[in-house]
Write a protein that binds this ligand. Sequence first.
Ligand code: PMP
Length: 450
Amino acid sequence: KAEVDMNKGVAERESHLWNAMHKHDPDAKKMVAVSGEGSWFKDEEGNAYLDGVSGLWCLNVGYGRQEIVDAAAEQMKKLSYFPLTMNHQPAIQLANKISELLGAAYQTFFSNSGSEANETAFKIARQYHMQTGNPGKYKFISRYRAYHGSTMGAMSATAQANRRVKYDPSAPGFLHVAPPYSYRSLYSGTPEEKDLRAADELEEMIQWEGEETVAAVIMEPFISGGGVIIPSMKYIQRVADICQKYHVLLIMDEVVAGFGRTGKMFGFKHAAGVQPDIVTMAKGLTSGYLPLAATAVKAEIYEAFKTEGKDNHLRHVSTYGGHPAACAVGLKNIEIIENENIVNRVNELGESKLIELHDLMNHDNVGEVRQVGFLLGLEMVADKVTKEPLSDAKMGEIVGRCKQKGLIIGKNGDTVPGGNNILIIAPPLTSTEEDLDFIIETVSSVIHSM
Ligand code: PMP
């Protein structure tokens, strides 16, 4: 039996932990995190790192918030667990709060992860159509580059071949269409014109497939992990109109964008007049303090699940979904976001500070800097004219050098045919001005030293 060798230096120690998304590298030194405060965490050796991707876009209010810890502990003492086949107060309060924040009446089903929130949305969408006389509407459309989760349905909606090929066949009925990615669009015109052509393609797909077969479109308002794609808001409005026209539900994946990251409480709120049929959320809902996800469904859609005396209820359950402590944490987290005016803060500091990263556009290897609030993508290229992606080796070097200097930033996964060349920066929304300066200086100096 393999033993963890406690005599070895921690960094070299072999453990039994299976890390997510890591290529096996016997020489890699393990960094083991032990504590966090604000935007910073420390490893076992006492090194401090600024968490420039907020864990995985989770930590909206930063590490070490005592009031969140207290809220969880108090709830644990009061009612440690209760299933949502029945009711408990924190879940009701949080569902009501979510409805208020979304700006219309929504009914919320709680689960544990973004993937599960999306799975729930898919089942609700299919059942909704079945119960409203359209049982043939079963297909889902998502965009290339999108990441919607790791479970079979969410993986099938994830339109990145590298995340699927080893696990295929993925679920039937999931279709993929081009994203509004003006930097690499095949069309000509202004960015907005290019984005609108992507919406046209989506409409064409519905027409070719037959509107009577399409259940829903699932989209993030801003593709995050797939490379920080920031479309014209007219694109989102147009997709919402197309969905309405063909009686296709619009599922908005706010797992990353939700709870302030983009300078609005939800990303879709940037697109005036858009009110999605279903909104999925996780990560920022609790700032990662406890696992919790939500699938919020517009009241009009929920109506179809209420018919008296019929077997119209949702046959779907999640044992831990809406755990009382997680809901209490969600409520406290939202209270902090509101009381500390975090959404405005993201707008202001995004505009006055992080915007400085746009200066990097002058560098030969920076093709485009894309930003909305505290979500930034730097599209790195070997050549600005051909737009050839910067090599994996160089991308790894940039991320590695930032880490050496105490800054964790991300890059998109192996998603782009030909490269994964987009640096991702998404710090906690509570980052101080000094934290943001540190990010700007570190990223700038590393890129300029390449
Ligand atoms: N949707 C989006 C947009 C995500 O970024 C993620 C996670 N990176 C998910 C869904 C899945 O969330 P989880 O890992 O909690 O299942």
